[in-house]
Design a binder for this molecule. Structure first.
Ligand code: SAM
Ligand code: SF4
Length: 376
């Protein structure tokens, strides 16, 4: 037999075995049902991408949400951690197509809060019993490493845990913030679909976003990441991959928010139930990572006035009430319809407390670090 025929035979045999193996991989999913997948994930906290996809597609959401609520209760208990959010600048050098703060949006009135005033807002938050301050902004070069270090150490003087959410930086910058006392960093991956990420975030790249998250992890921060659910062009298959990615880091905190169209952005306005999609993602993350912190994000309240409470009953255990001074709130318009724009930091604190009590949960008095109860 000539060597060409032998090679062809080998290729045919390999192709045959490859298909057989694939059929065996798909069979369990074809015969899976919600009960068997939930049984598996509740026992092992693992799922393959196809099983995640099955849960993302399921109409049987009641079982999914209540399984996540039980896991949340078992591993995180009934306490809700509050993180006080200061949105201190809406200047941004980036141009993400979905975001109202993007550089090219000329309709925004831009503002910056001076370092001393940021520290003063944090000091006042002590009186409301907050243990964590989250500093969030667009990517604003006004806040040099020195200025940020001054803000962080000034806030640490009040014995706060400090979380930063100020975008992509170099390793050295992340290190300087960490040296100044920052404890946690939130940087959503937004989507792991590289083509989509690069299209929606001009001038940025998925590779660099992932590198930033790796660097944050290396420096010993608690890592927060997450995605926007419902981005135009996003598929459920790509969301399943996002979930696998978040588990692979693994994150200490996962923030999921529905996409909300902003009319002053160039992105397409697509319709869809991104509230339910976000809830499904939250529940799957809770089932896969039983003891991480998962916020009920403010964007959930924009789509449903009880949105954050529903998220708290579907796996979430964190709320981030705004303590941004009222004068600035309407200008931090990432998306329209943000709740509590006219409220003061005190209003937000008491409103949240009442909401949490209304579902028989209580506000945590601890610092709310990620405690690995599940051994994962
Ligand atoms: N500039 C920092 C960054 O991008 O990481 C932090 C601030 S940015 C406003 C915080 C988050 O807002 C982003 O990570 C993104 O997920 C979310 N966001 C932006 N535009 C949004 C929209 N139209 N709908 C929902 N979430 C949006
Ligand atoms: Fe800037 Fe963040 Fe908005 Fe992107 S998502 S434009 S980086 S504020």
């Amino acid at each position: 037999m000539s060597s060409v025929i032998v090679m062809n035979l080998i290729v045919i045999v390999l192709f045959y075995f490859y298909n057989i193996l694939n059929i065996f991989a798909i069979l369990p999913i074809m015969y899976a049902n919600i009960e068997s997948i939930l049984d598996k994930v509740v026992q092992s906290h693992t799922l393959c991408e196809k099983e995640i996809l099955y849960l993302l597609e399921t109409k049987d959401t009641k079982k999914l949400f209540s399984a996540a609520d039980e896991i949340r209760k078992k591993y995180s208990g009934d306490e809700v951690h509050l993180r006080a959010l200061i949105e201190f600048s809406n200047y941004c050098k980036q141009n993400c197509l979905y975001c109202g703060l993007r550089r090219d949006n000329s309709h925004v009135t831009r503002y910056r809060v001076e370092p001393q005033d940021i520290i003063e807002s944090a000091r006042k938050a002590k009186n409301y019993g907050y243990k964590t301050i989250v500093l969030q902004s667009g990517e604003d070069s006004y806040y040099t490493v020195e200025r940020m270090a001054k803000i962080i150490s000034g806030i640490k003087d009040f014995d706060f845990v400090v979380t930063l959410s100020i975008g992509e930086k170099t390793f050295e910058e992340y290190k300087a913030y960490r040296d100044a006392g920052a404890d946690r960093y939130l940087l959503r991956i937004e989507t792991t679909d590289e083509t989509l990420y690069n299209k929606l975030n001009p001038g940025m790249s998925l590779k660099n976003r992932m590198l930033c998250i790796e660097n944050i992890k290396k420096l010993g921060y608690e890592v927060g990441s997450g995605i926007i659910a419902g981005l135009p062009g996003q598929t459920l298959e790509s969301i399943a991959k996002d979930i696998v990615y978040l588990k692979s880091i693994p994150v200490d905190m996962a923030g999921i928010g529905p996409f909300i169209y902003h009319p002053d952005t160039p992105i397409e306005n697509i319709k869809g139930d991104f509230f339910e999609l976000s809830l499904k993602i939250i529940t799957i993350l809770r089932l896969l990572m039983p003891d991480i912190n998962i916020p009920a994000t403010t964007a959930m309240d924009t789509l449903n006035k009880e949105g954050r409470l529903i998220a708290l009953q579907s796996g979430a255990n964190v709320i981030m009430p705004s303590i941004t001074e009222t004068i600035y709130r309407k200008y931090y318009e990432i998306y329209p319809g943000k709740v509590c724009l006219g409220a003061t930091p005190a209003d937000c604190r008491y409103c949240i407390e009442n909401k949490i009590k209304s579902i028989n949960r209580r506000i945590s008095t601890g610092k709310g670090f990620h405690i690995r109860q599940s051994g994962l």
